[in-house]
Write a protein that binds this ligand. Structure first.
Ligand SMILES: Nc1nc2c(c(=O)[nH]1)N[C@H]1C(S)=C(S)[C@@H](COP(=O)(O)OP(=O)(O)OC[C@H]3O[C@@H](n4cnc5c(=O)[nH]c(N)nc54)[C@H](O)[C@@H]3O)O[C@H]1N2
Ligand SMILES: Nc1nc2c(c(=O)[nH]1)N[C@H]1C(S)=C(S)[C@@H](COP(=O)(O)OP(=O)(O)OC[C@H]3O[C@@H](n4cnc5c(=O)[nH]c(N)nc54)[C@H](O)[C@@H]3O)O[C@H]1N2
Ligand SMILES: [Mo]
Length: 697
């Protein structure tokens, strides 16, 4: 076996060098920043600017969860910002959509007037033929939806259902607790047992790992529940390698054992859980044997896990979104989120569960920032971003509404990240579709644009950030002026509003004004700018006495049940006969979704687009480590390098993501084979619910 293990060893040594003697020199400035990326850690940045150029991006030492340390990716942020391939002026397409992309440089005036003209013509027929497409390229409250939301509300455009990442789990969590809330990050350090469930923390939640590791050093046991033997699993005491999409069954099996052994906190259940009787009878069928059979585990693994979870206190669960990208993702989160309510783990601040902390910010936010009132009661058809492939190919109908005629993309790279790329690409190639892309780089999506508008990076604009892994609000001050002719998203939407003739004062508000509007009075912006970050005032053990943010204040167990995958050996045996391998496509450690794939030093660490496969499966197909393989199913195929690896269990392969298509071996990536069916809750994609076959290329 020759394992290919991407990534370097965990290194959380603070990168703070002693301050240079020139700290006070007029040419060196230290600027307070926030990491903008779609990651639960939302680190506080310390940006060094010398002679008008950012020379270093480090972690802020006094921010508790950042702890002076950054991941490899973001410590390379200057390399990304000053990348020679940055798009630094507006571009207009001069080749046909099916041909190799060619663009010419145009002025901002020309770009805005031409885009404005075309959008006005479409809007005159039906503004709902125009669709925004955005996700979390930046998680900033301003450069995210603040001004963009105003623009599309005033336009009366279609709305976008932003489901591509977390909405199945989010819906599951909200259906159970009432909101996306959970344990507070620092208290994981005090836990005695941590289940790291559907999360490769060392790769995608590194600053959580610091706390888990602290608990480990103090004697806590760490158990990783993940089909893949990740770098996180390597560092845990135990790895439970269940089959993809079977987490709900495992949770029911654990509940069965809690009941069988009387390991329940009946007082907590009686006071704070609704629907318990129903859940109890539903779990009766889930004996350790049946659970093991469904999950691809042994009955002893199920029994042992239940025993440890129930008899160790405080016990914490770090659930992550990796486990909800399957048909039953919403219900699986519901069932897992019930576990700490049945054992009373919530009684302790180091017990309970964390999937997302984003709901904690809700009461502090200003719901009017995006000015929903500007829509003025006009209809708002909603398009699901996860089915953009089908939706772009839809001709329009009374049911669907008008055909999509224009797409304005910002903070996202749908051609690489959306499921079933053959359809996504075909949609973006429609010659009649107007596509405007706000970007830093010529991504796969920008390559299919009519106009590319140069956007600023986090070092060049102002923003304010919340987090989905901790409960601090962070400021990001611009460190340097915009490079070239780049403009911030907020400025581009102000300019587009002007080009459309929108004269509402909402479009004249600058970023400093937006900054003051983003939160209610509880967040003091002046103090925030002084300090860099602000911790929300919240109780340490939020649900020790119940008080969940649901309508009744209780946890809701009603209806939660296991939902098997769309595609698996057990649910679709005929399909599995042709495509026997379950494929998941979790993040490669040195990329952030499809961001950073073009940063050479990081791509060099990842090497090539890889497919991890177990020795047994490789031998059965006569495949060898390092060879080029073809991964395929009825939807499509792509080529990549095979890594015969102990990281994969038999029957499951891992297509590490998310490569830019054009940097893949045959100009395609893993989403060539994923499908557009949606999860049980939250209308999300099922990236990890996917059967394939692999052959020599
Ligand atoms: N380095 C890096 N960090 C990232 C990202 C990145 O791309 N790169 N992405 C960011 C984003 S967008 C998000 S949403 C977050 C969270 O992003 P996630 O997608 O949750 O990322 P991971 O933490 O890597 O979790 C995925 C883990 O879930 C496992 N998994 C897959 N299917 C199943 C299953 O059915 N059951 C279980 N139990 N496990 C399963 C995978 O093997 C993998 O180890 O991370 C963020 N952080
Ligand atoms: N097969 C498979 N597919 C997946 C996943 C998976 O695990 N497997 N993960 C899914 C998940 S969890 C997510 S969250 C999505 C992520 O999908 P996306 O949100 O599309 O994330 P990225 O691919 O990182 O693309 C973000 C883009 O925004 C740009 N950007 C960043 N900051 C700014 C800015 O300030 N202004 C402008 N205009 N642009 C900016 C970046 O340059 C980058 O190209 O992908 C999903 N797709
Ligand atoms: Mo995500």
């Amino acid at each position: 076996m020759s394992a290919v293990l991407p990534g370097s060893p965990v290194n959380l040594t603070p990168q703070l060098a002693p301050l240079p003697a020139t700290e006070s020199s007029p040419d060196i400035r230290i600027v307070k920043g926030a990491c903008p990326h779609d990651c639960p850690d939302t680190c506080a940045l310390r940006v060094t600017v010398q002679d008008g150029r950012v020379t270093k991006v480090q972690g802020q030492a006094d921010h508790p969860s950042t702890h002076g340390a950054l991941c490899t990716k973001v410590s390379r942020y200057p390399e990304r910002t000053y990348h020679p391939d940055r798009v630094l002026h507006p571009l207009k397409r001069v080749s046909a959509k099916h041909d190799a992309p060619r663009f010419e440089r145009i002025t901002w005036e020309q770009a805005l007037s031409e885009i404005g003209g075309r959008l006005r013509a479409i809007a005159a027929r039906d503004p709902q033929a125009i669709l925004p497409y955005s996700y979390a390229g930046t998680m900033g409250q301003l450069q995210g939806e603040a001004m963009a939301g105003r623009f599309f509300n005033q336009l009366g455009a279609s709305c976008l259902d932003r489901t591509i990442c977390a909405s199945a789990g989010g819906a599951g969590l909200a259906a159970t607790y009432g909101h996306k809330v959970g344990m507070h990050l620092p208290f994981f350090a005090e836990s005695r047992l941590i289940l790291i469930w559907g999360s490769n923390s060392i790769a995608s939640n590194l600053h959580f790992w610091t706390f888990a590791n602290q608990a480990k050093r103090q004697g806590a046991r760490l158990i990783c529940i993940d089909p893949r033997k990740t770098e996180t699993a390597d560092k845990c005491h135990q790895h439970v390698a269940l089959l993809p999409g079977t987490d709900g069954a495992l949770a029911l099996g654990l509940i069965h054992e809690l009941i069988a052994h009387d390991w329940l906190d009946l007082d907590y259940i009686a006071r704070h859980v609704e629907g318990w009787d129903e859940l109890r009878s539903r779990s009766q069928a889930w004996t350790p044997e049946r659970t093991a059979e469904e999950c691809g585990l042994t009955a002893d693994e199920v029994r042992g896990l239940a025993r440890e979870y129930a008899t160790t206190a405080p016990a914490a669960i770090r659930l992550n979104y990796g486990m909800q990208r399957v048909r039953g993702g919403g219900n699986a989160v519901r069932l897992i989120a019930l576990l700490p309510c049945l054992t009373g783990a919530w009684r302790h601040r180091a017990g309970g569960l964390l999937l997302s902390s984003s709901g904690w910010f809700a009461p502090f936010r200003n719901p009017r920032l995006e000015r929903p009132d500007l829509r003025a009661g006009r209809p708002s058809r909603t398009i699901n971003m996860s089915t953009i492939g089908d939706d772009l190919l839809h001709p329009g109908s009374p049911d669907f509404g008008p055909q999509i005629e224009a797409l304005i993309v910002y903070n996202s790279n749908p051609v690489a990240v959306a499921p079933e790329s053959p359809k996504v690409v075909a949609g973006f190639q429609r010659p009649d579709l107007l596509t405007v892309v706000l970007e830093h780089f010529m991504t796969d999506t920008a390559d299919l644009a009519d106009y590319v508008l140069p956007a600023t990076t986090q070092l060049e604009h102002l923003d304010i950030h919340t987090s989905y892994g901790h409960t601090d609000v962070l400021i990001n001050e611009p460190a340097v002026a915009p490079l070239g002719e780049a403009r911030s998203n907020t400025q581009i939407f102000r300019d587009l509003a002007c080009a459309m003739g929108f004269d509402d004062p909402a479009f004249r508000e600058d970023d400093n004004t937006l900054l003051r509007q983003a939160f209610g009075p509880a967040v003091d912006v002046d103090q925030l700018r002084e300090r860099g970050w602000f911790k929300l005032p919240l109780a340490d053990a939020p649900f020790a006495e119940g008080g969940f943010p649901s309508a009744t204040g209780k946890v809701n167990a009603s209806g939660a049940d296991y939902v098997p995958n769309y595609e698996s050996r057990r649910s679709t045996p005929d399909l599995a006969a042709r495509y026997p391998l379950a494929m998941i496509s979790p993040p490669a450690r040195n990329f952030l979704n499809s961001s950073f794939v073009n940063v050479t030093s990081l791509r060099d660490i990842e090497g090539e687009q890889l497919l991890e496969m177990n020795t047994e499966d490789a031998q059965a197909r006569g495949l060898a480590d390092g060879q080029t393989v073809r991964v395929f199913n009825d939807r499509g195929s792509y080529r990549c390098r095979l890594a015969v690896s102990v990281r994969a269990r038999p029957g499951v392969v891992h297509g590490l993501g998310i490569w830019w298509r054009k940097l893949g071996l045959d100009g395609r990536n893993v989403n060539e084979v994923t499908h557009q069916q949606l999860t049980d809750m939250g209308r999300a994609p099922c990236f990890y619910d996917c059967l394939v076959e692999v052959s020599a290329a």
